[in-house]
Design a protein. Structure first.
Length: 209
């Protein structure tokens, strides 16, 4: 089974042309996140809110996050959002299809590989794709922000629940601990959660679409 789960070399994997400019920018900027306090000098609350979300967007638009937020049910992988190899689908609930659930390869923790391009298959007890209505691949940061605020597209969550998800969910936290051979998301989950909380506290304003 693990042989079937081994990724092909990057050069053999098709690239995905539909990627957001924000994602590409985030991938090239893996410096630590600025703390929420760094934006205190912005006196206009709406402008400060947008600036806070833009900084948080370095995580949201990072491939560690966007790879699991496609619109077509096909997960992406790598820093360049390559289509998943082998070819799979998230199915109706994001956990795969009958006969090939995500858990066939993605176990409760990263599974080490031998003689493969990557040292492990990613793993977490809740491994799954985000719902299609929360697709981020190919979306601007402004559009993603609007999705996060819309209970019809965010799983019925309040802003407080969105903060909890971002700041404390362990599946989200995998982005900062993806294992050897993978670039982590910028900063830490704690600093990211701080930015999201400050964004909400300043009115949850969004960048222009």
């Amino acid at each position: 089974m693990l042989t079937a789960c081994k990724p092909s070399p990057p050069s053999e994997q098709p690239s995905d042309p539909a990627r957001a400019p924000a994602t590409v920018a985030a991938a090239a900027q893996n410096q630590p996140l600025k703390p929420a306090s760094a934006f205190a000098s912005i006196t206009d609350p709406a402008a400060r809110s947008v600036a806070l979300f833009t900084e948080a967007g370095r995580v949201i638009a990072h491939p560690r996050c966007t790879n699991c937020h496609p619109s077509d049910g096909v997960p992406r992988q790598g820093m360049d959002l390559r289509l998943h190899v082998p070819t799979v689908s998230g199915g109706p609930d994001g956990h795969g299809v009958a006969g090939l659930p995500c858990a066939s390869c993605h176990q409760a923790a990263n599974t080490p590989l031998l003689g493969a391009t990557l040292p492990s298959v990613p793993g977490h007890p809740k491994w799954a794709l985000a719902p299609a209505q929360m697709a981020w691949v190919g979306k601007s940061l402004g559009h993603i922000c609007a999705q996060l605020k819309d209970p019809h597209r965010n799983g019925g969550k309040t802003l407080s629940e969105i903060h909890h998800h971002m700041a404390e969910d362990t599946l989200v936290g995998w982005a900062w601990n993806p294992g050897p051979g993978r670039d982590p998301a910028p900063g830490t989950q704690a600093s990211f959660g701080e930015l999201i909380k400050a964004w909400i506290d300043t009115g949850a304003h969004c960048p222009a679409p």
